[in-house]
Design a protein around this ligand. Sequence first.
Ligand SMILES: [Zn+2]
Ligand SMILES: [Zn+2]
Length: 240
Amino acid sequence: MVLDAVLPPLCLGCGEIVGEPGGLCSVCWRRFSFVSAPYCACCGTPFTQDLGPDALCTACLVRRPRFRRARAALIYDDRSRRLILPFKHGDRTDVARACGRWMARAGAELLATADLVAPVPLHWRRLFTRRYNQAALLARVALSEEISTSGARLAPDLLRRGRWTGSQSGLTGQERRRNVREAFELHPRWQAAIAGKRILLVDDVLTTGATVEACVRVLQRAGAAEVDVLTLARVVRPAL
Ligand SMILES: [Zn+2]
Ligand SMILES: [Zn+2]
């Protein structure tokens, strides 16, 4: 891009000048909470101690999520929220490139086994006001990263949103699940192509998992072999 050659690259966290575009300065790099092992083999919740590669968190032991594995690049906190919000509501597509790189690293295992990579869809009304689906953008950049060795195909229209579900904020986990249960449907064009496929769903933030689980349910009904989830950030609740 022409602008890249004129303007010095700036840190995505604080705006300081950095060595290369789409990066973080050393201070921000330490302050961002990247998810790292050990974590729950299923949902990816970080553990404070290493319990082995197959260990599950208490929540997954009590109720196993519908997806096989969920991984995220960042823990959702004040700092990552400040990075994600302007990107979510504005035009910071430059941030997406860096985020896609982090996601490709966090989800390398998932990308390697996926047949199809699909974003969690936005309802058309939200798509209209926000102009683009950040999950679709993240799915594309994560898949295009040079460190991704995936042979997966991008399926941006795999799922679509039916019923308008409104905002999910302020609802309990159970309310969220009820709200989104029937909100997604498979695009008819993919109906016959899902059976036996391994699918990687991409979203920006994993909160309770209700939204992605509603998507997983639709894909499983259509015969998907397994469904993984990759997000830019995830909410981590203190362990009980
Ligand atoms: Zn910085
Ligand atoms: Zn778990």
